[in-house]
Design a protein around this ligand. Structure first.
Ligand code: NAD
Ligand code: UGA
Length: 464
């Protein structure tokens, strides 16, 4: 079959796979190919066990794979054959050299740019889908501009705003699609070509355009604002615990103000995920680089509050359980950084588990999708750790359970049955405020929510 457009995506990760699957699904007359240097990942995309769990993804892959969606390993050849190339490689925080711990590590992006340069035989539109520091497109353009001969490259910025766990719904019905370009004739032409792809299913008023630097920066700022809301509500949860106010009631009252809005006001053990921390630290680095130290400090405080929230949670467990966890068995219910994903990158559960192990607690980890990743994350940690998917078997014989992920299934557990199987006094630390605290207290548990008065039979020891 002859396809109208040939689209390539370099990077078959959490973004590349689902976003290209959606394009293939919505544009059956386009051929979409996804490549990756990680060949095991490509094999997984071609198997029945996809490397990424997302509700709704399996169905779309089944409909498109082998028809107009292909996962391939021949990167060089694919670069030759495709004219529109999305770049969706990882951009982690730099761990070495200048800017270590804050700046973005752009080595994967640069390698990709050089590969595109080396193997292109015709003009290309190269689209940054990865999240990047503002002005990265300039570096990309400079590398590509070193092409010998007449091949031209147009670099666009098209940041991805989907969230994990709801990726398919977000991709199908995005709040907006942002396309940044150079405001030259060729830049505007390339921008229009990309807008045409999205216009197949996204209402045109939601496809917005900007200059390329605004586009790059908007992505970092959107993540910083979202994370800031989580840190803001989490900071207030600490005050609620001191004053008998209830964070859910406060969030509701505050969020009903239309100017503030109700989303991202759920108090928790803190935000996780591969991007919030990395993107804020990148923003912090950029602000410092441009000499804006006050602005850098403001955004860095969002990350500090997130760390403080996790430390408070641990201190609460320790304080409430008579200041010793040694030899006690604690069940961690939920290891992924949020519900509906198996992704554990930067999950607060990693930090919390390590702290529990440091106190010589025995940790039982339960999660419906993330046990494989949890075992990889904790592979080099010393101490007693076990992995049990079934929550009832996992909590049996434990002194406490800590709910760290907001999986729907945890809301529906039979806590009467759980209580019977646990060592008494039994403790629940609800890091997501998702269960019925009063009901659990009445069953016999000592219950410690986030940002609400503890329901404890040992009030005195519980204060943090
Ligand atoms: P990921 O680590 O899951 O996937 C990136 C993939 O790129 C990896 O499989 C890696 O092997 C591959 N890769 C790296 N260098 C390559 C090269 N030279 N050639 C071919 N493949 C190469 O990362 P991700 O979560 O998909 O994120 C990708 C980018 O998208 C990041 O910049 C991230 O900040 C951004 N982003 C992520 C999300 C999310 O929900 N995960 C959402 C929006 C934006
Ligand atoms: C986030 C953004 O929401 C996406 O728009 C963005 O594209 C993506 O980052 C990215 O750039 O990677 P994601 O990290 O997948 O998406 O998930 P979120 O729903 O934003 O949750 C992030 C963390 O905040 C999770 O740990 C979640 O549990 C926590 N959170 C979220 C709260 O603690 N409270 C809330 O009210 C909302």
């Amino acid at each position: 079959m002859k396809f109208k457009k040939n689209i390539l995506c370099i990077g078959a990760g959490y973004v590349g796979g689902p976003s290209m699957a959606m394009i293939a699904h919505k544009c059956p007359d386009y051929r979409v190919t996804v490549v990756d240097i990680n060949t095991a990942r490509i094999d997984a995309w071609n198997s029945s066990e996809l490397p990424v769990y997302e509700p709704g993804l399996d169905e779309i892959i089944k409909k498109t794979r082998g028809k107009n969606l292909f996962f391939a390993k021949d990167i060089e050849n694919q670069i030759k054959e495709n004219d529109i190339i999305f770049v969706s490689v990882n951009t982690p925080t730099k761990t070495f050299g200048d800017g270590a711990g804050k700046a973005s590590d752009l080595q994967f992006l640069e390698k990709t740019a050089r590969q595109i340069l080396e193997h292109s035989q015709s003009p290309k539109i190269v689209i940054e889908k990865s999240t990047l520091p503002v002005k990265t497109a300039l570096a990309m353009e400079r590398i590509l501009a070193s092409a010998k001969g007449k091949i031209t490259f147009e670099v666009l910025s098209n940041p991805e705003f989907m969230a994990e766990g709801s990726a398919m719904a977000d991709l199908e019905n995005p709040d907006r699609v942002l396309i940044g370009s150079r405001e030259t004739e060729s830049g505007l032409k390339a921008r229009a070509q990309l807008a045409d792809i999205y216009a197949r299913w996204v209402p045109v008023e939601k496809i917005i355009t900007s200059n390329i630097w605004s586009s790059e920066l908007s992505k970092l700022v959107a993540n910083a604002f979202l994370a800031q809301r989580v840190s803001s509500i989490n900071s207030i949860s600490a005050l609620c615990e001191k004053t008998d106010a209830d964070i859910s009631e406060v969030a509701k009252a505050v969020g009903m103000d239309g100017r503030i809005g109700s989303k991202f006001l759920k108090a928790s053990i803190g935000f996780g995920g591969s991007c919030f921390k990395k993107d804020i630290l990148n923003l912090v680095y950029l602000c410092s680089y441009y000499g804006l130290q006050q602005v850098a400090d403001y955004w860095e405080s969002v990350v500090k509050i997130n760390e403080y929230q996790q430390d408070r949670f641990i201190a609460n467990i320790l304080g409430s359980m008579f200041n010793t966890l040694a030899g006690k068995k604690i069940c961690v219910l939920g290891f992924s950084f949020k519900a509906d994903t198996g992704d554990t990158r930067e999950s607060p559960a990693i930090y919390i588990t390590r702290k529990l192990l440091a106190e010589h607690a025995e940790v039982v980890i339960s999660d419906p999708k993330a046990l494989k990743n949890a075992a990889i994350d904790l592979a080099s940690d010393k101490g007693k750790i076990s992995y049990i998917e079934d929550p009832y078997s996992a909590v049996s014989g434990c002194h406490a359970l800590a709910i760290l992920t907001d999986w729907e299934l945890y809301k529906k557990l039979d806590f009467q049955k759980i209580f019977k199987s646990m060592v008494k006094p039994a403790f629940i630390f609800d890091g997501r405020n998702i269960i019925d605290h009063k009901k659990c207290f009445d069953i016999g548990f000592n219950v410690y929510p986030i940002g609400k008065p503890a329901l404890s039979r040992f009030e005195d020891q519980s204060s943090v």
